[in-house]
Design a protein around this ligand. Structure first.
Ligand code: SAM
Length: 279
């Protein structure tokens, strides 16, 4: 029997949609995973009641976490993804023919297994010859891998529980060390409409700026994430997301959200969001 599901974003508002059927539930030491079917979004993966992936709009988040960075770096060969156990970001990374190795470090095997079962079009990336999937805490992994990666993408859950440390300055400093001399770190940076998260967004920006010479936030409209608007931040040792961007490379790649013009436009942010980075 169908029912209305609400993901609470604040004590007084949230995202509501109709669930047709609960398909699966599992609990790990980190979180509770649910897979539900919906009319509007197809299959939806929830972790602790928060939407992670929907069949309908996963492409927005995964393309926008990946391509602005991979088209800024002129030759990204080794990419690290921390989190991202559904495989969606890995799949986008592997669309770039220059990739020699893409390592995904996900703390919770339950997420990888559920994706294999319910989101096979994302999980197919796990068996790509250039992919390596490790079940480990990204915070520990990063400390052992100095100077190893051209690009690091942080595809984390919200800053609570196992993911909390992925939003700390010490972790960003370890990412800086794990990058090669011209490397780029990109983080998912939450919704600017959620007042409680605004200090987290501002602090991440300050911390990244204290480590990297170039830090540029950008946004994407994601219908099923909090308040429909999501931020990311690119932190780069050398390459500039606008000045070093070669749009000719992405013209024939047939993305569903990302494109050459959007790359240039996504860094233009509304004034109230810019203030999160200046005040
Ligand atoms: N941005 C997407 C969202 O919030 O909807 C993220 C989706 S992806 C499924 C997030 C993944 O990060 C989860 O599977 C979670 O287990 C993983 N994760 C959380 N903390 C982690 C850590 N310390 N190391 C590695 N993976 C972590």
């Amino acid at each position: 029997m169908s029912y209305w599901f609400t993901e609470r974003h604040t004590p007084t508002r949230g995202l509501t949609f109709q669930v047709e059927q609960n398909l699966y539930q599992e609990k790990s030491q980190y979180q509770i995973l649910d897979i539900v079917s919906t009319q509007d979004f197809g299959l939806v993966m929830l972790l602790d009641g928060v939407v992670m992936v929907t069949e309908k709009d996963e492409f927005v988040y995964h393309e926008m976490l990946t391509h602005p960075t991979l088209f800024t770096h002129p030759s990204p060969k080794r990419v690290l993804i921390i989190g991202g156990g559904d495989g969606g970001t890995l799949k986008q990374v592997l669309r770039h023919p220059c990739i020699e190795k893409a390592v995904l470090v996900e703390i919770d095997e339950m997420v990888v297994n559920a994706s294999k079962r319910f989101f096979p079009t994302l999980a197919e990336a796990f068996s790509h010859p250039q992919a390596e999937v490790l079940i480990e805490d990204g915070i520990a992994f990063i400390k052992r891998n100095e100077g190893s990666f051209d690009v690091i993408l942080i595809d984390s859950t919200d800053p609570v529980g196992a993911a909390e440390g992925l939003f700390h300055k010490d972790f960003y400093a370890d990412c800086y060390k794990a990058l090669k001399p011209n490397g780029i770190l990109t983080i998912q940076s939450e919704s600017p409409w959620i007042e409680d998260l605004q200090p987290v967004i501002s602090r991440a920006h300050r911390d990244l700026k204290s480590l990297f010479p170039i830090v540029m936030p950008y946004s994407a409209a994601i219908q099923t994430y909090q308040a429909g608007l999501w931020l990311f931040q690119i932190a780069s040792k050398k390459y500039h997301p606008l000045m070093d961007f070669d749009g000719s490379k992405c013209r024939d790649m047939n993305f569903k959200y990302y494109n050459e013009e959007l790359h240039k436009g996504c860094f233009a942010l509304p004034s109230f969001i810019n203030r999160l980075f200046t005040e």
